[in-house]
Design a protein around this ligand. Structure first.
Ligand code: ITT
Length: 207
């Protein structure tokens, strides 16, 4: 079975990938000793730049393996696409702090920024860009999006990040009300991952 290593510090993302891979013949694993590797600085202005940077730098620590890195975020229409690439550190941007903020703090800030904005003007997209790299070189890049509406109060206990506020009209549920497998069918990450799998199994594969 083909093995794919996911370069992420985010346990929620890793669960999403395991859920997305469940229907396919592919093994998902984290990078061994990931927490002890030097952290990649995510200073790119786009999801793609950051995804490639993470995939390339982390793949050096897993020679010969296909390493997948995900850069993703939430783009809110009423906020001109913010927080976008800054989604993981959204609450900390308000303060002196740097680095990622907790999911609870990010969701609290999002609710504050959207206070008073009616349901029909609370559209948002989740965006995911995946970079596949091996031995420090990007092999290919894939992207996926999911369209939703931001709730005024959290719902559900699955998922991570902004999932409890991300209502998906087609299923009439918030992303946090879906299991990882259910979320993967419709999510930005699931869509990007299936494009990656097509590439992995197809003619484009570089061996
Ligand atoms: P790694 O870089 O180590 O993978 P990270 O959490 O820092 O972990 P990103 O820089 O890509 O990853 O930030 C993505 C943020 O966007 C994430 O922390 C969430 O706040 C949000 N996000 C992305 N995908 C999401 C999803 O499927 N559900 C909920 N929130 C999501």
């Amino acid at each position: 079975m083909q093995r794919v290593l996911i370069a992420t510090s985010n346990a929620g993302k890793l669960r999403d990938f395991v859920g997305a891979a469940a229907a396919y013949h592919v093994e998902i694993a984290g990078i061994p000793n990931f927490a002890r590797l030097p952290e990649v600085v995510e200073d790119g202005l786009t999801f793609e730049v950051n995804a490639r940077k993470k995939a390339e730098e982390y793949s050096v620590h897993a020679p010969g393996e296909i390493v997948l890195a995900d850069d993703s975020g939430l783009a809110v229409d009423a906020m001109q696409g913010a927080p976008g690439v800054l989604s993981a550190r959204y609450a900390n941007l308000e303060m002196v702090g740097s680095g990622n903020s907790s999911d609870a703090a990010n969701n609290a800030r999002l609710l504050r920024e959207l206070a008073g904005i009616p349901f029909e003007k609370r559209a948002a997209q989740f965006v995911c860009v995946l970079a596949a790299a091996r031995d420090g070189k990007t092999l290919a890049v894939f992207s996926g999006e999911a369209e939703g509406i931001l709730l005024e109060a959290p719902r559900g206990s699955h998922g991570f990040g902004y999932d409890p506020l991300f209502f998906f009209p087609t299923l009439n549920k918030a992303f946090a009300e879906l299991t990882p497998q259910e979320k993967a069918v419709v999510s930005h990450r699931g869509k990007a991952f299936r494009k990656f799998l097509e590439w992995l199994n197809g003619a484009e594969r570089i061996t």
